[in-house]
Design a protein around this ligand. Structure first.
Ligand code: G
Ligand code: G
Ligand code: MN
Length: 433
């Protein structure tokens, strides 16, 4: 019915904002600004850049002067390299000013400090919207620098205008979408790390907007919560004729008994009726209750923790799975683990991505998995984006993995073709069997 049914699933899930910049035809010379209080280091860096095909960097030993240069209208550089340890204005402060100035180019952080500081600085810069293409320890290696320049060139290439269709939708539009059945679930596979086998999916809501195309939940879930529509949204997605449980039943009939996970909002847990509703839906679908997992994030302050706890505990008594989502981000706290009878823990993707190369993340991941095991919880690593991370979460003893390396969320109809491809790929990664 809608126009995007012809679009391949993978393209549909490639969000506008995440679309990679088109490859530049002929690489234009990069305009580079480098900042370091030590002039020797500056010259060294400048020479290294030159030998990597990026000559003519403008060098500043004073961060304030560099900022003034960067702010010059119409002359923004493509790449800013900055040292963290500087006496008058340190790199953290410099980066904050860069973000405030609306600088849109690439950033490279350089430091002789220990790796944790560099990584924290990198996260800090990213969280302010800067495009960090590298964080390099001193002395800067040629290999590192080459990779960083490549990334900076990709960033500098004429980009697709950022996220053309991002906007927030009001309650009225959402109400209509619910009535018209425009909200659908896409499904992201979850694979068992011991074998690589597909064991479940997470349902993620999408709005098939007749005019704007595929709209993602960050553009309407908050509205659904604040306008009281979240209950109806969840009920429709879970128990509706095209809902997640009906789909679980279809998979079961096809010999694929997949566990289905559904995200619930704290607002769903404010009425005692929710546990009964879920119980009825599961019974009507004709799947065992343990086939369903509800993922809970404490996205807002629990308004009535007693009711939420009552609902969650009754769901567990009915054998519905409960998962603590985005674990480690502060929304999900140890107190919740203490109080709620969860049986699955989803490690937030910020502890997963790049963990194979980050000793601090490794410690956090290992100890989270260890704690979960002692509490009898399964662990799911979210946000597994590359093979290194996949192998790393497997080595860490996580039970299940989910992420773009395995598959992006997709319509149910696309799952069989993906599954066939994955079965072949799995042999390569896990061996036959
Ligand atoms: O792909 P992604 O953009 O789907 O999801 C973004 C966020 O939206 C995630 O944090 C996810 O938990 C949340 N989300 C996705 N689907 C639903 C849903 O059906 N209900 C609720 N409450 N949140 C959802
Ligand atoms: O908060 P929750 O865990 O429900 O959110 C799931 C979100 O994570 C969805 O928006 C989903 O599209 C997204 N997601 C799934 N896999 C990956 C991944 O490998 N990398 C990133 N960056 N996001 C992912
Ligand atoms: Mn989730």
């Amino acid at each position: 019915m809608t126009t995007d049914t012809q679009t391949p699933a993978d393209l549909r899930e490639a969000r506008p904002a995440a679309a990679p910049a088109a490859a530049a035809a002929a690489p234009a010379p990069l305009r580079i600004v480098a900042v370091d209080d030590e002039s020797f280091q500056l010259k060294l860096l400048s020479r290294q850049l030159e030998s990597q095909g990026a000559p003519g960097a403008e060098l500043f030993s004073d961060a304030a002067l560099a900022l003034r240069r960067i702010r010059e209208p119409g002359r923004a550089p493509d790449l800013v390299c900055c040292d963290l340890q500087m006496p008058t204005m340190d790199g953290i402060e410099f980066v904050r000013h860069l973000a405030e100035a609306g600088y849109r180019g690439a950033v490279v952080l350089i430091s002789g400090e220990d790796g944790r500081i560099l990584q924290t600085a990198e996260r800090l810069a990213r969280s302010q919207g800067l495009r960090v293409v590298g964080a390099l320890p001193k002395p800067v290696g040629a290999e590192h620098l080459r990779a960083v320049l490549k990334a900076a060139r990709a960033e500098a290439a004429p980009a697709v205008p950022a996220s053309p269709t991002r906007k927030a939708y009001d309650a009225e539009a959402l109400r209509e979408a619910l009535d018209l059945g425009h909200l659908v679930s896409h499904y992201q596979p979850k694979v068992e790390l011991a074998t690589g086998r597909l064991v479940g999916v997470e349902a993620l809501v999408r709005w098939q907007h007749p005019r704007d195309g595929l709209v993602f939940p960050d553009q309407f879930i908050a509205t659904a919560e604040s306008s009281g529509l979240i209950d109806e949204l969840t009920r429709q997605l879970l128990g509706g004729p095209h809902g997640v449980l009906a789909q679980a039943r279809r998979w079961q009939d096809e010999g694929l008994p997949l566990q289905v996970a559904v995200n619930v909002s704290m607002d769903n847990l404010r009425s005692h009726g929710f546990a009964n509703f879920v119980g009825e839906c599961v019974a009507r679908a004709g799947v065992p209750p343990s086939r369903l997992v509800l993922e809970v994030t404490e996205s807002r302050l629990m308004r009535d923790p007693v009711v939420a706890l009552d609902v969650l505990t009754r769901l567990r008594l009915k054998r519905v799975g409960l998962s603590i989502d985005d674990f480690g981000t502060g929304h999900s706290s140890l107190a919740q683990l203490r109080d709620v009878p969860f049986d699955e823990l989803k490690v937030d993707r910020s502890f997963v991505r790049g963990a194979h190369a980050d000793p601090a993340l490794q410690v956090l991941l290992h100890s989270t998995v260890d704690m979960a095991r002692q509490l009898g919880l399964k662990t799911v690593a979210e946000g597994v984006e590359d093979t290194e991370d996949l192998m790393h979460v497997r080595a860490c003893g996580c039970d299940i993995a989910q992420g773009y390396r395995i598959a992006r969320p997709m319509p149910a109809a696309a799952l069989p073709a993906w599954h066939a491809r994955w079965t072949r790929e799995r042999e390569g990664l896990w061996g036959p069997g």
